[in-house]
Design a protein around this ligand. Structure first.
Ligand SMILES: *Cc1c(COP(=O)(O)O)cnc(C)c1O
Length: 431
């Protein structure tokens, strides 16, 4: 879909037309199912001859607006909203891969995604080969004849490395593989992966797009550009006995380019069932209306926090892709528009003990395991999210004992810095 309007306008209007109630806000449709006009109508819906609603596990009018809106924000062809960012990623892979297939992924992943790739998918016979770094050349080294998809996050955990999406897209093109990108940390306001050659974009709506820390949800956007008629993609080329013997890459008529997202709705979503609730779809629409205003403030505040920490005597090092001497800056500044995101990580002097003490002395900043909330959040991964890893695994993953992760919120910058200042000074005795 070509962008005919600006993102700010799309975020408020796309995908919704007034119904007979004339309600200006998007209504929440709390219904499980929808009346058929006749048996013929029902048969047409089931056979995909006519578009329409059947059952809320598969589609819902509130969810539909959310999908159209995020797809347009990403410059994609269509979207599918699901119960969480985690299921968005899981279904994207199940939609392409079967037992015996492989994917190649960068290794600096969100914790839940890493566990899915490292522990769950292999148990299902889908092997994940991790590239040593986010560099396209390191990703290319892991590709073989079994590879079916390349996966990366735009900004990786824990030290906020930034992937060169154009470079990864050209590797993907060379081997005719779809490139799937988790763009949660950047949102379409900073970065639109499809413009850089990505084929599939996933988001945890739970984070900045929803923004208020009020619900869990995820979405997948299909660029509509990948050619699924390649015979290696069996699931798109052989008749599907579970759905009228459809061959998704061939039998969808004018929707053949939407094979990926339509199959995801008709197979993983319909039969495995992680649908988004109508209420959560509605909550995310409220968040989306203002996500650009929030992102502007997240980016401004994160930059100020990074600069404040950089100068602080209790701080050993700071990583923020928007700092000019940051290792991520060259790639980030080349591809991001409008800012560098809301995440800042730093090393505190005094290591493990100081890290814990810092967290315990925060008053305004919330200590919890989330990112992308309107409020500033902090966590000490070595003593929490990553404490189950061995010291060797922690080191390999870049989780040093002194590392503090901040998701900078939209409070007044002076209040954020003053809370950080108090907590940093409380650690002075530990080093
Ligand atoms: C939170 C997050 C996820 C998982 O999303 P949920 O909505 O929590 O399931 C995936 N990727 C990234 C980058 C995230 O931040």
């Amino acid at each position: 879909m070509a962008i005919s309007r600006h993102l700010e306008t799309i975020a408020l209007h796309e995908g919704f037309s007034l119904d007979e109630s004339r309600s200006r806000g998007v209504p929440v449709h709390r219904t499980s199912s929808y009346l058929f006009d006749s048996t013929e109508h029902a048969a047409d819906l089931f056979a995909l001859r006519k578009p329409g609603n059947i059952y809320t596990r598969i589609m819902n009018p509130t969810q539909d607006v959310l999908e159209k809106r995020v797809a347009a924000l990403e410059g994609g062809a269509a979207g599918l909203a699901v119960a969480s960012g985690t299921s968005a990623i899981f279904y994207s892979i199940l939609n392409v891969c079967e037992q015996g297939d492989e994917i190649v992924s960068t290794i600096n992943l969100y914790g839940g995604t890493f566990t899915m790739f490292n522990d769950i998918l292999p148990g299902m016979g889908i092997k994940v080969r991790f590239a040593r770094s986010m560099k396209p050349s390191d990703v290319e080294k892991q590709i073989n004849e079994k590879t079916k998809l390349i996966f990366t996050e735009v900004i990786g955990n824990p030290v906020l490395d930034v992937a060169d999406i154009k470079g990864l897209a050209s590797v993907a093109k060379k081997y005719h593989l779809p490139l799937a990108v988790d763009s949660t940390f950047t949102t379409p306001y900073l970065f639109r992966p499809i413009e850089h050659g990505a084929d599939i974009v996933v988001h945890s709506l739970t984070k900045w797009l929803g923004g208020h820390g009020a619900a869990i949800g995820g979405i997948v956007v299909d660029s509509g550009k990948f050619d699924w008629t390649d015979k290696r993609y069996r699931l798109f080329n052989e008749p599907d006995p579970s759905y009228h013997d459809i061959r998704y890459a061939h039998d969808l008529g004018e929707n053949n380019n939407l094979a990926f997202i339509m199959r995801m709705r008709l197979v993983p979503l319909r039969n495995l069932g992680a649908c988004i609730s109508p209420d959560n779809a509605w909550i995310f629409l409220q968040g989306l209306e203002t996500f650009i205003l929030r992102m502007q403030r997240h980016c401004e505040n994160a930059y100020e926090v990074a600069r404040f920490l950089k100068k602080h005597k209790m701080v050993e090092w700071v990583r923020y892709p928007g700092l000019e001497n940051d290792p991520s800056y060259p790639v980030a500044s080349g591809q991001f528009k409008n800012g560098f995101g809301g995440m800042v990580v730093f090393g505190i002097k005094g290591g493990y003990e100081a890290g814990k003490k810092f967290i315990d002395n925060l008053r305004l900043v919330s200590h919890l395991a989330n990112v992308g909330d309107t409020r500033t959040l902090a966590i000490h991964p070595a003593s929490t999210t990553h404490s189950q890893l061995s010291p060797a695994q922690q080191l390999e993953g870049g989780i040093t004992e002194d590392l503090i992760r901040l998701s900078v919120g939209i409070e007044h910058i002076d209040d954020i810095c003053s809370d950080l200042q108090t907590a940093l000074l409380a650690c002075e005795g530990t080093c």
